[in-house]
Design a protein around this ligand. Structure first.
Ligand code: 13P
Length: 684
């Protein structure tokens, strides 16, 4: 829901910004005039040069348009929403001031395209501010239309486009003309007040005096003649309908005559050279103007120069350009509204504007007996056609970019998904292939008396339920039978820590594999480094033990591992391979099924120093490859290889996560039920 609301607001705010920026950009001079109005209201007009208001106008349009597009495309979401919030906060304060102080009647937010009252503008901005605040709070829920790597194209192209539109509109004329003097407009119609339109209402107050006392009266209570009239004030109490064109009049300078009707009623062509200020007008095409004036005269077309300049200005212009055409006076704001060019040329026919030229373009060349030639830019090109241009040059390229980008993103997604699926399948197959046993085995070594051992075994049966691996406890011989009883029916299996290298006979103190088996144990740990080192168990002895164990139906957990010296000499691979070769590699594949390998680096046993998961994985993989060399890949893949050496609940998950580590042979941490269970749980 939040996501939907934010995205709806995103569209509303972005489209408002885009529209607002665009209509300003198509008429930079209009926005400049508005900014100058603000400066005047603040009595700053003297301090701010024209170029500064023009730069501000172009920048304002660009900032609004670019922010709108970036928001729409969700580009730089965090920054853009914050900037929009800052922008809206500032604008809301400005419009609050306009609403209270009323320095201008229309804020100019949407240029001349949409004219709002100051109250409407304030309301609009308050709503937009609230929306902007929400967007700034949740910018990341707006999905992108273009991937990160292609966003620069939208950014740069948009800046280029909007600044281009502003410069084009400045150099020529506004790309879209929303004023009442646009090409195609009938000036007379613009001046009409429709029937029944609301008329303005005024109230007049009279100040009268009698016997030295002054008092105010209205028309209704106007006093008798004993009062003397002093002054009167008239205020508008209600604005009436104001037609779009309400201050268009032309007064010929030569004779002071109002020729507005004459100009508007003229059936033929009338050229109006418009210059609000002749003093600042561009005179680079004065030759063209003169030529046009001469040709117009020859063709019987009217030609006037409309200006708000005084006589001095007109004289200067005439001297500079040799102008011979008649000058007329028209209101400055009206002239600035008619055409955004100083000077600009307007062609009228029966009061309808049929052509407009900026001083930066070629004025029409008149041919005798032929109607004035119109170019695309100066004739009545429909808004639709112009919008078509905007679509082709700006929107279409962006749409194509979005389409290409989405296709690209989609193909990347498909590729990723394919890999993911195949990985999943591969994993599934691998799991199937590697259905080898996962084991956590304890090696109590020479710890715990019988009672303690039995108690520990009992506790383990209580805490270890439904493990995700096989659980084995390796106990001293003396415990085996009792522990076997305790764990009966549980998930825990039993292992001896050793067995004799002889089947039976006069070997005082020894325990045979057969005896081990008879206690109920299923496993025997053989080849532990402690037995190799302290009891001089050679590979040959171990070979005997392994064979006897297997022959008696025991499975063997066969330990291998290098010493610190050997590791430092980088001989670990050699060592483990030799240990395997010396005691177990002679077994048949069938016998091998009952072998579990335990890699236990001697330097990690009981030292607290664990081999890192990567170190362990590397050598486990090597051991598996050695098995594969002898028994083939499938057998190797089915062989369980345990890690032993300071394995604890804290490091077991990382170790067991490795592809070739299938569990652990645990010493110290197998002596407490909770510690041992923690390691078993690593398989969860
Ligand atoms: P620790 O877990 O105490 O290091 O002993 C490992 C071991 O030797 C298991 O057989």
């Amino acid at each position: 829901m939040k996501r939907v609301v934010v995205n709806i607001l995103r569209i509303i705010v972005s489209l408002t910004f885009i529209f607002s920026g665009f209509v300003k950009a198509v008429d930079p001079l209009g926005t400049q005039y508005k900014l100058q109005d603000y400066a005047e209201a603040l009595a700053l007009q003297e301090m701010i040069p024209d170029w500064a208001t023009l730069v501000a106008s172009v920048s304002l349009a660009a900032v609004e348009f670019v922010l709108g597009i970036l928001l729409l495309f969700a580009i730089n979401r965090r920054l853009v929403t914050k900037l929009i919030l800052v922008f809206m906060t500032a604008m809301t304060f400005v419009t609050l001031w306009i609403y209270i102080a009323n320095p201008v009647s229309d804020c100019g937010c949407f240029g001349d395209a949409v004219v709002l009252t100051n109250g409407q503008t304030l309301l609009k901005n308050v709503l937009l501010l609230a929306a902007a605040a929400l967007l700034a709070l949740r910018p990341m829920v707006m999905p992108r239309f273009v991937s990160l790597s292609n966003q620069w194209i939208v950014r740069q192209y948009t800046i280029l486009f909007i600044v281009g539109v502003s410069l084009y509109s400045l150099y020529y004329l506004p790309l879209f003309d929303f004023r009442p003097y646009h090409i195609g407009a009938d000036i007379r119609k613009g001046m009409e007040i429709p029937e029944g339109a609301e008329m303005p209402q005024f109230e007049t107050t009279f100040i009268m005096e009698k016997d030295g006392v002054r008092k105010e009266f209205s028309l209704e209570d106007y006093p008798d003649s004993t009062w003397t009239f002093i002054d009167s004030k008239t205020v508008t109490i209600k604005e009436g309908y104001v037609p779009p064109i309400h201050d268009f009049s032309i007064q010929r300078v030569e004779d002071g005559e109002d020729i507005t009707d004459e100009v508007l009623d003229n059936d033929g062509y009338t050229f109006l050279l418009i210059s609000p200020h002749l003093e600042t007008a561009d005179d680079s095409r004065f030759g063209n103007i003169e030529q046009l004036y001469e040709d117009a005269k020859d063709n019987g077309y009217a030609f006037y120069c409309l200006t708000a300049s005084n006589e001095e200005g007109m004289q200067q212009w005439s001297e500079k350009t040799g102008a011979e055409y008649p000058f007329c006076n028209t209101d400055e704001i009206t002239l600035k509204t008619i055409i955004r060019s100083n000077p600009g040329l307007v062609l009228l026919k029966k009061g309808v504007v049929i052509g407009k030229w900026s001083h930066n373009e070629e004025f029409p060349v008149l041919q005798k007996g032929k109607a004035p030639q119109m170019t695309e830019a100066t004739s009545n090109v429909s808004y639709l056609k112009k919008l078509g241009g905007v679509f082709i040059y700006y929107i279409l390229p962006l749409l194509l970019l979005v389409l290409a980008d989405r296709l690209w993103a989609w193909s990347r997604w498909v590729k990723k998904e394919e890999t993911r699926q195949s990985n999943k399948l591969f994993k599934l197959l691998k799991i199937k292939k590697t259905m080898r046993k996962k084991i956590v085995a304890g090696n109590w070594k020479m710890n715990k008396n019988l009672q303690e051992g039995v108690a520990l075994a009992k506790e383990l049966t209580e805490v270890v339920k439904n493990p995700n691996c096989d659980v084995i406890i390796g106990t001293p011989f003396i415990h085996l039978a009792s522990v076997a009883e305790v764990i009966k029916g549980s998930c825990i299996q039993l292992s001896a820590e050793n067995c004799a290298d002889k089947a039976s006979g006069a070997y005082t103190g020894e325990v045979s594999a057969e005896m081990v088996k008879s206690t109920g144990a299923e496993y025997v740990i053989l080849g532990h480094s402690e037995r190799r080192e302290y009891y001089n168990e050679t590979p040959e002895i171990l070979k005997e033990k392994v064979e006897l164990a297997l022959a008696n139906g025991l499975k063997v957990i066969f330990c291998i591992g290098e010493s610190l010296e050997q590791r430092e000499a980088n001989k670990q691979n050699e060592v483990v391979k030799a240990e395997l070769a010396g005691s177990v590699f002679h077994l048949s594949a069938e016998q091998w099924k009952n072998i579990v390998i335990a890699y236990e680096p001697i330097w990690a046993i009981g030292t607290g120093k664990t081999a890192t998961a990567d170190q362990a994985e590397e050598i486990h993989a090597y051991i598996r490859s050695c098995v594969a060399e002898v028994y083939g890949a499938q057998v190797a893949d089915d062989t369980t290889i345990l890690y032993g050496g300071s394995c604890k609940a804290s490091n077991a998950p990382e170790l067991f996560a490795k592809a070739d580590i299938d569990g652990g042979l645990i010493g110290g941490a197998s002596l407490k039920a909770a510690d041992f269970k923690g390691i078993i749980d690593a398989w969860n």
